[in-house]
Design a protein around this ligand. Sequence first.
Ligand code: ADP
Ligand code: MG
Length: 140
Amino acid sequence: MAVTRTFSIIKPDATRRNLTGGVTKMLEEAGLRVVASKRIHMTREQAEGFYAVHKERPFFQDLVAFMISGPVVVQVLEGEDAVSRNREVMGATNPENAAEGTIRKTYAESIEANSVHGSDSEENAATEIAFFFKPEEIVG
Ligand code: ADP
Ligand code: MG
C-alpha cells in the first residue's frame, strides 16, 4: 500500500483540555507521522470556508462557532493509506458510536465537540492540506 498524506485538526475541545499530546500519541501509535503541524486560532472566514461542504446542514453555524471557540492544531499526517488509517483511529463522528480504542471514544465530549477532524478522501485531503499549509511547511 502506498504512503500517502491526510489532513487532521485537533479541535478546540481537545486543545482546551490539554490533549494535543494525547491525541498526537494515538495518531502516531496508529502508524501516522506528523509531517506538518501548527497551532492556530481560525477566523470565522477560515472555518466557514473549510466547512463549506456542510453549509446547508442544520448544525453548520454551531460547528463554525465551535471551531473558532479556541485554538486548534492543524496537521498533515503521512503513512500507508493515511486517509483510511486516520479515519479508523478517529472513530465514528458520534462518540457514542465510536469503537473502543479510538480517539473519539477516548476523548470526545459530544457529536460536535468530537476532538478531531480527518479528511474523508485523498482528493479532499489534498484540498484541505493546501487550505492551511504551503508546500515548504510540510517536511516528510
Ligand atoms: P466527520 O468529522 O466524522 O467527517 P462530518 O463530516 O459529517 O463528520 O461532520 C463534520 C463535523 O460536524 C463533525 O466532526 C462534528 O464536529 C460536526 N457534526 C456532524 N454531525 C453533527 C450533528 N448532527 N450535530 C452537531 N454537530 C455535528
Ligand atoms: Mg467529514
